[in-house]
Design a protein around this ligand. Structure first.
Ligand SMILES: [Zn+2]
Length: 154
């Protein structure tokens, strides 16, 4: 695994342990070249998903992007990080088991909202309020950039 700090490809695994209720392996890594430390997660990927936007554009599903938007919506909420990881894995699992590898971005947004609604109303409202503004455009990139971390008080 390439070091995200200096680009060195020869990094070392210091520690591996199960995470997210055993659906992932968390590895702590160390870069001997720059001393950088970082963590990777290894997960089962059942299928390669493709996100289809309403304008017909297709792009590879990016778990990190989904995760970013959810973490922003859940920022400062009293929810265990582990719980959030489980939730994201659950969403991905649902997407992977939908029977089609092409998933409309709208469907992803709806599943996220449905999941957030069950877990935390505040996060749901944050996500939904931003999501609805972009439903017409259906541009997930724009949507994610609009979901900025909240700096104001809750
Ligand atoms: Zn490095």
């Amino acid at each position: 695994m390439r070091c995200p700090f200096c680009g060195n490809v020869d990094t070392q695994v210091k520690d591996s342990r199960p995470a997210e209720d055993n659906v992932a392996i968390r590895r702590r890594r160390f870069c001997p070249a720059c001393g950088g430390r970082f963590t990777t997660y290894e997960r089962v990927q059942l299928r390669d998903l493709v996100v289809v936007k309403s304008n017909g554009r297709r792009e590879d599903f990016d778990r990190a992007k989904l995760e970013r938007s959810i973490r922003i919506a859940m920022q400062k909420r009293p929810i265990e990080p582990e719980r959030i990881d489980q939730m994201i894995s659950g969403i991905v699992r649902r997407l992977e088991s939908m029977g089609d590898t092409d998933i409309p971005s709208k469907v992803i947004g709806e599943i996220v909202m449905e999941t957030l609604a069950r877990i935390d109303t505040v996060s749901y409202v944050r996500f939904a309020s931003v999501y609805k503004n972009f439903q017409a455009a259906d541009d997930f990139d724009k949507f994610v950039s609009e979901l900025r971390p909240q700096t104001a008080e809750e």
